[in-house]
Ligand binder design. Sequence first.
Ligand SMILES: [Zn+2]
Length: 167
Amino acid sequence: MVICDYCGREIKERDFVRLNGYNLHEMCYNLLIVDYLEAKKLNSSLKWWDFAKSELLYRRQPSKGINYETIVTKGVLNEIPTETIIRMLEIARKFIDTKINLIVFSPYVKDMTYEDEGRTLKYPTPELPKKCYAKLDDFGSPEELSKNIGYKVNTQYVLTLMLAEEY
Ligand SMILES: [Zn+2]
């Protein structure tokens, strides 16, 4: 069975895209290119393969057992470089769970520390121009979250990546 590294679903077609060890539906390959062009608008020196590699690695990474919908705020998209956004989402995927529900990405701290009885993780991120938060919210049921988010989702959790000032 061949799994698509972009969407995580099985590839049933005989023709698919092989990209440096990654397998992609043809459609997903096109989506990856669109993602790249969008990211390149924010960072004109972004190289295709650097982007594709980190995007596919991020999508391949197993989460800590909880699935969540991800929201990146306009403030973050406008003010934070794409590679840093991708890195923060990777870190959130690695650490966040129902116990740790807030990660504070800070350019001002040197060490990783837990606070708030282990619910908050402070993570040193020297490349950030300002503090950002990754916050996990529990809406209780997928139906409730779907109502709030405006489209159908299969999870009750949402992760929001925001500027500290947007909190
Ligand atoms: Zn796919």
